[in-house]
Design a protein around this ligand. Structure first.
Ligand code: NAD
Ligand code: IPM
Ligand code: MN
Length: 359
């Protein structure tokens, strides 16, 4: 397996470093052979060289089986990084250019991890968000009128194409069908966003007819936030547009114990481009360089990378490695009982070693 590694900024290199140690540890036992190639795309690299991410870079990355990404983004309020030059120029460019139209974000309370929710256990917090990843408010459609005047107007347009919405919904139904509860909730705001919402609503209703064994529900996104806190057990699979998906998955991370646990995969399920796997969290400049970041989100993202990529490529050793990483993580999380997952007192490298020991 040929892996491209974009460690990125802030805690990115720390959590990726710990994850690659885990990869080295698991590979021989399952007969997985792999190579890793480092790529420097990040805010730091941009500030040093002026280079963000070119079309040639994307063509190079297409030659890999999968991408592991730590996090990109520099210090807040750095004027040289204004306008999301890195977030748009690296992360979103990769997601869009590679047509990774699914952002898979599991929300599960692992053994021993404490949730801030009262009387909720791992039985109550166990769902997956399927976040649409190439449309919506992320298309960059909009602009200014009379910028810099007292009459300035800014617009930012939400894009929902029938094609893009339907393929995402179909993926979510396929996923729900494989799960025990077989339940899928559409999350949107159709009472206000009556154009984009209507496209989602109709596509959802129509695709649902092809999946009679999947039970469906609809929640407005504000109510979804309330249910995620008060009754997370109502969710099995959620399908959600890009912007709302971004927001509810940070909330999901919080109810599952913290940012240090939340993994994700940006996928092109049609296999036309490699997937990109990354923690849900960012570069966390507030704790960068201190060896305190929790690498579990990235280690678990690596597990997801191996399972998903292995499945697509028919590489049984990779699937097995991914499963073993997932199991090892669940053996380690009880060590966080009574601790704050994100400020546990364990070092980043120490947590990586715990996972290797569990392997
Ligand atoms: P963030 O996720 O980086 O940090 C939010 C809070 O969570 C911080 O207090 C941080 O210390 C904590 N945290 C995050 N990951 C943690 C971990 N593994 N262990 C322990 N604590 C952790 O979000 P932010 O502060 O809004 O963003 C910082 C930068 O990262 C910005 O430039 C943003 O654009 C970027 N960002 C990048 C990605 C990505 O590359 N995928 C995702 C989100 C944000
Ligand atoms: C995420 C991040 C990104 C997003 C940003 C950094 C562009 O918040 O991966 O959740 O909004 O998708
Ligand atoms: Mn986010």
């Amino acid at each position: 397996m040929k892996l491209a590694v974009i460690a990125g900024d802030g805690i990115g290199p720390e959590v990726v470093g710990a994850s690659l140690e885990v990869l080295k540890a698991v590979a021989p036992s399952v007969g997985l052979s792999f190579t890793t190639t480092d790529f420097p795309f990040s805010a730091a690299h941009f500030l040093e060289t002026g280079h963000v991410l070119s079309d040639d870079d994307i063509a190079t990355l297409r030659g890999y089986d999968a991408i592991l990404l730590g996090a990109v983004g520099g210090l807040p309020n750095d004027p040289r990084l204004a306008g999301g030059v890195i977030e748009k120029g690296v992360l979103l460019k990769l997601r869009f250019e590679m047509d990774q139209y699914i952002n898979l974000r599991p929300v599960s309370l692992y053994p021993g991890i404490e949730t801030p929710l009262k009387n909720k256990t791992s039985e109550h917090i166990d769902f997956v968000c399927v976040r649409e990843n190439t449309e919506d408010l992320y298309c960059g459609v909009g602009g200014f009128v009379r910028k810099g005047t007292p009459h300035e107007i800014a617009t930012q347009t939400m894009v929902a194409t029938r094609f893009g919405v339907e393929r995402c919904i179909r993926y979510a139904f396929d996923l729900a069908k494989t799960r025990k509860r077989k339940h899928l909730t559409l999350v949107h705001k159709t009472n206000v966003l009556t154009f984009a919402g209507d496209t989602w609503h109709r596509a959802f209703q129509e695709v649902a007819e092809e999946y009679p064994d999947v039970e469906t529900a609809y929640h407005h996104v504000d109510a979804c936030c309330m249910f995620m806190v008060s009754k997370p057990e109502v969710y099995d699979v959620i399908v959600v547009p890009n912007m709302f998906g971004d927001i509810i998955t940070d909330l999901g991370a919080a109810i599952a114990g913290g940012m240090g646990i939340a993994s994700s995969g940006n996928l092109n399920p049609d296999g036309v481009a490699p997937g990109m796997f990354e923690p849900v969290h960012g570069s966390a400049p507030d704790i960068a360089g201190q060896n305190v970041a929790n690498p579990i989100a990235t280690i678990d993202s690596l597990g997801l990378l191996l399972r998903e990529t292995g499945r697509i490529k028919g590489d049984a050793a990779a699937v097995k490695a991914g499963e073993q990483i997932g199991d090892a993580v669940r053996k380690v999380t009880p060590k966080f009982a009574g601790k704050n997952l994100d400020r546990s007192g364990y070092g980043t490298d120490e947590i990586g070693k715990m996972v290797i020991e569990a392997l």
